[in-house]
Design a protein around this ligand. Structure first.
Ligand SMILES: [Zn+2]
Length: 319
């Protein structure tokens, strides 16, 4: 209370001290104290949802300032991250002639490839959920990746990410699935040295991960869903599933061999699956053909037949 007596230059009873400090003191030192007291009561930086917050200045005017808890990466960490991003991107580009945001996330160790597989199989609702770092670091890494890719003259190509399930739903990257972030995540950067046709094929291939159906060597298997069996199965996490249970039992088998017919029929079919069979002698799965929608197959066969007739008519051979 010695301080109060000094500041006021008057005698104060202890119980009046706080009341008087706010209302009656006129001296500069006491005004500073009162301001300090009012700051303790009212938070100076109320948070706003839009990333800005309102700060009241000393004259009582409100100012909009960028939220104070927005994270800025320091230049040293940013340089380190850039080094990791570029190393991962260069490796993917060298291996496949293109590089995707997912390749970078896996390459720098933020995304486990086994977990990525679960997402590709439609078992994780959005990828961000399983990336092992915070959003601002992901976004920083993606910015670094895009500027590296653009500076290197890579060609951006938006692709599609479709779940490797019979339903073939579109895979989501971000929690909200926003119209800006999703296309950026789906964009692959292709080597500018490749001819355009090769780039198109690469993007198409990456876009459509194929659903694999197995023609098992051993016919003694049981569907984990219905207890039935069949001559084809889809491997799911709990075990093999039959064509009826995965909704592919209406598809027709087109054996491999006619590349043109396969390509045309596939293009017309909303659903398709690759049929593979294990080769004991070669120690790997080999492609047997395609399961395809019967009407797509019929249409493709009709079109090819018509084309053949027309080219014969013009004196051309169709190969
Ligand atoms: Zn079944």
């Amino acid at each position: 209370m010695a301080a109060a007596a000094e500041l006021g230059g008057r005698r104060h009873r202890p119980e009046n001290f706080l009341v008087e400090s706010a209302h009656t003191w006129r001296e500069p030192a006491s005004r500073a104290l009162a301001r300090q007291a009012s700051r303790q009561v009212k938070p100076a930086y109320p948070k706003a949802a839009n990333g800005f917050c309102t700060q009241i200045d000393e004259d009582g005017r409100s100012l909009h300032v960028k939220s104070v808890d927005r994270i800025h990466m320091n230049p040293q960490n940013r340089r380190k991250l850039a080094g990791r991003v570029i190393k991962a991107a260069e490796a993917a580009l060298a291996a496949k002639n293109y590089v995707s945001p997912v390749d970078v996330l896996v390459g720098i160790g933020w995304l486990d490839s086994a977990v990525l597989k679960h997402w590709q199989q439609g078992q994780v609702d959005y990828l961000e959920r399983v990336v092992q770092t915070n959003l601002s670091r992901i976004s920083e890494a993606m910015k670094l990746f895009r500027s590296w890719a653009a500076a290197k003259g890579l060609v951006p190509k938006e692709t599609h990410y479709i779940a490797r399930t019979p339903r073939r739903q579109t895979l989501r990257f971000s929690k909200r699935g926003g119209p800006t972030i999703e296309p950026l995540c789906r964009t692959h950067w292709l080597s500018g040295e490749l001819p355009k046709s090769k780039r198109e094929r690469l993007a198409e291939k990456a876009s459509a991960p194929e659903l694999v159906v197995i023609h098992p060597l051993n016919s003694a298997w049981t569907c984990h869903r219905c207890g039935g069996t069949g001559n084809l199965l889809v491997m799911e996490n709990p075990g093999p599933a039959c064509m009826r249970c995965v909704g592919l039992d209406d598809l027709e088998f087109l054996s491999a061999g006619n590349a043109l017919l396969t390509r045309r029929a596939k293009a017309k079919s909303a659903r398709h699956a690759v049929v593979v069979r294990f080769s004991k002698s070669r120690g790997r799965y080999e492609r047997q053909g395609l399961l395809i929608e019967p009407q797509a197959l019929a249409e493709a066969q009709r079109n090819l037949a018509q084309q053949a007739v027309m080219s014969v008519g013009k004196g051309e051979t169709y190969g």
